[in-house]
Design a protein around this ligand. Structure first.
Ligand SMILES: [Zn+2]
Length: 205
């Protein structure tokens, strides 16, 4: 199995008067996270983990913070871009594990809903998504939310599969050629045109 791993990290400061968005959910809380987009620290960390897994850059290289198009943007957009990059590279998600670091609100009571929401956004099962949370003990960072994320991805079709598929097609073609040669010798049946394989392994990278 051809697997790769990616890591992502993000942080945003708490700010009064904005909605708190974490994991694609709006959470009832007196303060939200300040950011050019909706400040969804969890989705940003996962986006970077997925992009990192296929060495496709980071969230800032696709969505520069100064670009007015991404002002207050729903961070699900960033995640979708990362999924497209992942698919383009020929990989799919095995699992994603995350740790939020924030003083409040408590994440444990809503972690199940959050896992379900993130799994929907990623197009995977809830069992493939882990969301944990810790308080920033001893860091003096109560006004900040941080998130760490790792993502394991695997090739959708590995090279051994491609080689064995092409070997089967090649052996079938050789067998057909032998049968047709025999038929033409015995009955004078003209040889049929050889049908090309349905795909070229060189084209699938
Ligand atoms: Zn961010």
């Amino acid at each position: 199995m051809d697997t790769r791993i990616g890591f992502g990290w993000d942080s945003h400061a708490f700010k009064p008067g904005v909605p708190l968005r974490i994991g694609g959910m709006t959470i009832d809380h007196p303060e939200g996270l300040a950011g050019h987009s909706d400040g969804d620290v969890l989705l940003h960390a996962i986006t970077d983990a997925l992009l990192g897994a296929v060495a496709a850059g980071d969230i800032g290289s696709f969505f520069p913070p100064g670009d007015p198009r991404w002002k207050n943007a729903d961070s699900a957009i960033f995640l979708r871009l990362a999924l497209e990059e992942l698919e383009h590279a020929g990989y799919k998600i095995v699992n994603v594990d995350t740790t939020l670091v924030l003083a409040s609100p408590k994440i444990a009571p809503i972690a199940g809903d959050m896992r379900s929401r993130v799994a929907d956004l990623l197009g995977v099962e809830m069992s493939q998504v882990s969301i944990k949370a810790k308080t920033p003990e001893g860091l003096n960072l109560d006004g900040v939310a941080q998130c760490h994320a790792v993502a394991l991805v695997e090739r959708t079709l590995d090279e051994d599969d491609l080689k064995s598929m092409s070997a089967v097609i090649e052996s079938q073609r050789q067998l057909e050629d032998v049968v047709e040669d025999l038929l033409s010798q015995v009955h004078g049946v003209p040889k049929k045109r050889t049908i090309a394989p349905i795909f070229d392994t060189e084209d699938i990278t």
